[in-house]
Design a protein around this ligand. Structure first.
Ligand SMILES: [Zn+2]
Length: 68
């Protein structure tokens, strides 16, 4: 009693979080990509990891190293 974890509910939640997201503009899948950017903090450039959403709209810009 009360020890049953709602495992299936958790999986369903994770799947909805990671579900495919389609770009309404270019109609391709939006992928979440981890990139490392150098951010200037207190006069020092530090690498900072962040996730960006990439689809055909900004893929070329991202590959060219532009900030989005
Ligand atoms: Zn797009």
């Amino acid at each position: 009693m009360g020890k049953v974890k709602s495992f299936s509910a958790k999986v369903a939640h994770d799947l909805s979080d990671e579900g495919k997201l389609m770009c309404p503009v270019c109609n391709t899948e939006i992928k979440r990509v981890k990139i490392v950017k150098n951010i200037k903090t207190d006069g020092t450039w530090r690498p900072q990891k962040q996730f960006v959403k990439v689809c055909k709209c900004n893929e070329a810009d991202l590959m060219a190293g532009k900030n989005i």
